[in-house]
Design a binder for this molecule. Sequence first.
Ligand code: TTP
Ligand code: MG
Ligand code: MG
Length: 459
Amino acid sequence: MRTAPTILHLDMDAFFASVEQASKPSLRGKAVIVGGLGPRGVVATCSYEARVFGVHSAMPMAQARRLAPNAAYLVPRFGLYRSISDQVMRLLRALSPLVEPLSLDEAFVDLEAGGAAWDEESALLAGVRLRTDIRAVTGLTGSVGLAASKMLAKIASEQAKPDGLVLIEPGTERALLGPMPVRTLPGVGPATGDHLRRAGITTVEEIAEAGEDELVRLLGKAHGHALYAMALARDDRPVVAERETKSVSVEDTYDVDIHDRIRVALEVQRLADRCVRRLRGAGLSGRTIVLKVRRYDFSTLTRSETLRGPTDDQAVVREAAARLLDSVDTTGGVRLLGVGVSGLADYTQEDLFAQAVGERPEGPAEEEAPESADGATRPVERRWPAGHDVLHTEHGHGWVQGSGLGRVTVRFETPDSVPGRVRTFRTDDPALEPADPLPLVARRPDEAADAEGQDRSSA
Ligand code: TTP
Ligand code: MG
Ligand code: MG
């Protein structure tokens, strides 16, 4: 393990909600909840002002409404979040070629690899500067953790939240980790957590005290071994650049084609287990199980199955892989088998996206009033999702505060205006149009040129 805290972990604060507050001056300092607003919707995230009411990610929206009835409820705008995420990732790539994004709002950076830092002092400086730059470019805050390993850097950024920076001095890791709950460690989900608790292990210190043999006995060789190392703060995982890998997979090529169907099934199980070990080792879980089969004639096929939720459970992956194998003809023999799990880092966003798509209003193309049989045009009810931007021919740019009963309420304000006024229109008012989001921070022309220059140099 390195001896300087030169691994940086960044995570933006209340990301979706902060973007909404930055784009809507009237919501700054207020409880803002972003998520699916339909009957089965869940909270994607909420502002820190909403968290004091007990609202949190993944909570059913109905429950959030009971806890915080006066909050602003908005539908997510993924395109906007992605464009802000791109700005943030560009700033990280200016620090180092080794940037590992974990989701839209989160990434590891190896500062040493980029020459941006080599010791405690330079790491701290890089972290402080980064936070300033993010603020200047996006108008948002992100929290930064600095440590000598990925695990500790991530724990540090969590401690720094919101809007802070924490550096964990090398050498102090074990003392810091000791009293923390086992769930702090990467790869410990609810199932593993329960399992450990039944064995009387609730803190990281207790994992260390239990010893490696006991951990292996409880959790199996790979997982037990990995977890014990983490509990001792031993984490050598490198920062992997451009982890576009939205999947973890393993495969084997066989010297001699396998014909025996039972043997094929056993190999698939073995691969499933190996894949799960890799997955857990990386502290990941995924929703889609993929089976790859190359047959004697080099014809290759893949089959996949998507689960209801992400998993890192060996039995679940084994079973899915076995089901997939059922649908593949292997007579003639196989020369390669592979098992993978995909749908990893961004799963929460994708889940919510699927849900939001289901709730999305009809596109503008379908908004034209169709002709009825007698040639008269019937008005079509247009839908105005809460939080989305609109343009009014007279009042300018605003956003939908609410709609229903043939009326839509719009607040007219822009990211750099003062809090705006509210007006109500008929939903079919021809003066009102859906609009694209405005930039959160107005860019000067010279800044736009700078950003392009950065793109080129990192390409
Ligand atoms: P997080 O970084 O987990 O949360 P956050 O940025 O909102 O708040 P924090 O300050 O605690 O980091 O997730 C980033 C974004 O991903 C979040 O703004 C919304 C989205 N998300 C979901 O859509 N569903 C979820 O269950 C979670 C956890 C996040
Ligand atoms: Mg975040
Ligand atoms: Mg995050």
